[in-house]
Design a protein around this ligand. Structure first.
Ligand code: RTP
Ligand code: MG
Length: 156
């Protein structure tokens, strides 16, 4: 049941390679925040896919470290839905740097499961426009044969 005046949104959450073993705790944090998971996929990103996903950062000094990290093992991408899902999920993540997170937001996901400024456990879309692009990246609308990406209980 959504509250009057609230905005139901979809965002792309991604568990990064350093935190895939914490998937249970992370999924619990999603539901504890009154959000639901409507799609999920485990995959290993190629360098090219990672560079496409993070293309906005290609000129940054940390880009190569970021590519190295996110291609180092599997990731779990999830479509997360709920009232103000974009900002709520970012709030759950906490600050980008896991060490800052431990100081400033000790209950945040990155404080608990992140390592440093690059290995920071999870990703969240930073806007509705980013969410649309990133959801299409992991869950393209034309998927060919096989089961649909959509979970039936969310189609309401
Ligand atoms: P994300 O996109 O992964 O949700 O993280 P974010 O918005 O909090 O941070 P962003 O600025 O978009 O950076 C993307 C990812 O790049 C890595 N990073 N490393 N100085 C560094 O070493 C550095 N800065 C950023 C992190 O993995 C960050 O999440
Ligand atoms: Mg970002």
């Amino acid at each position: 049941a959504s509250k009057l005046g609230s905005k139901k949104e979809r965002t792309l959450a991604m568990i990064k390679p350093d935190a895939v073993t914490k998937i249970g705790d992370i999924i619990q944090m999603v539901y504890d925040a009154n959000l639901i998971i409507t799609k999920a996929k485990m995959t290993k990103l190629s360098w090219k896919q990672a560079a496409d996903f993070y293309s906005e950062h290609q000129s940054k000094s940390f880009f190569n470290n970021l590519m190295q990290f996110v291609t180092s093992g599997p990731v779990v991408a999830m479509e997360v839905m709920g009232d103000e899902a974009v900002s709520i999920w970012r709030k759950i993540l906490g600050p980008t740097d896991s060490e800052s997170a431990r100081k400033d937001a000790p209950n945040s996901l990155r404080a608990q499961f992140g390592t440093d400024g690059t290995k920071n456990a999870a990703h969240g879309s930073d806007s509705l426009a980013s969410a649309a692009r990133e959801l299409e990246f992991f869950f393209p609308s034309t998927t060919g044969h096989g089961p649909s990406n959509s979970a039936t209980y969310t189609d309401c």
